[in-house]
Design a protein around this ligand. Structure first.
Ligand code: MG
Length: 205
């Protein structure tokens, strides 16, 4: 079985291999207790790491994304990728790339794509989760609504992971860090060591 680093290296996305390895290890630990869920599938780079961790336990990863691209991935914006633009639909569509990634990584029996806004997926959600990874839209309202929609579904001992934590505003956008601070201030989580820009919190019992 190929290692997740090698599989993920071929996938478009924004995730450091050390952060990916941490995702893999946390999913390998958590997925024995319940399902894992990520917000922000994009082309599947993080799903490869999380999914490979889940597969070890026969677990599952729900991967939520409307696949229309986040605010900064629209035409003319800083993270627009023409390869992900669907001319027929006149919009970004990252779902075909995501499906190719799942097939190439042999994760189609582990990862469950949810193609919708994360707040819609959360509307009737009732299953306790062992891990939630927030890496969707990076505008504050988007990241905060992802936190509000999903953090309450974490089981005691479950992991809340938030990507792109930049404590220095000169290094990156502040919304994920603001949400991280809100989570830390809630009294519901213990802070574990970060890996690069990956914030790791654990739900208290
Ligand atoms: Mg990210």
């Amino acid at each position: 079985m190929a290692c997740p680093e090698r599989l993920a290296a071929a996938v478009t996305g924004f995730l450091d291999p050390l952060e990916g390895r941490r995702l893999f290890e946390l999913a390998a630990t958590a997925s024995g207790r319940g399902p894992c869920l990520e917000i922000g599938s994009y082309c599947g780079k993080s799903a490869v790491y999380l999914g490979c961790g889940c597969r070890r336990n026969g677990g599952v990863l729900f991967s939520v994304d409307h696949h229309r691209g986040s605010e900064e991935q629209q035409p003319g914006e800083a993270y627009f990728d023409p390869a992900l633009f669907d001319p027929a639909g006149g919009c970004v569509d990252s779902l075909p790339a995501f499906r190719r990634t799942l097939a190439a990584a042999d994760l189609e029996d582990t990862v469950i794509p949810l193609v919708c806004r994360s707040t819609l997926a959360a509307r009737m959600w009732a299953t306790p989760l062992a891990l939630v990874f927030i890496d969707g839209g990076h505008a504050f309202e988007t990241a905060h609504s992802d936190y509000r929609a999903w953090s309450g579904h974490l089981m005691p001992g479950g992991y809340l992971l938030i990507h792109d934590i930049f404590k220095d505003p000169a290094e990156g956008g502040q919304a994920p860090y603001q949400v991280y601070r809100i989570a830390c201030g809630s009294g519901l989580f213990d802070e574990l060591p970060m890996t690069k820009t990956l914030g790791v919190l654990q739900r208290r019992a």
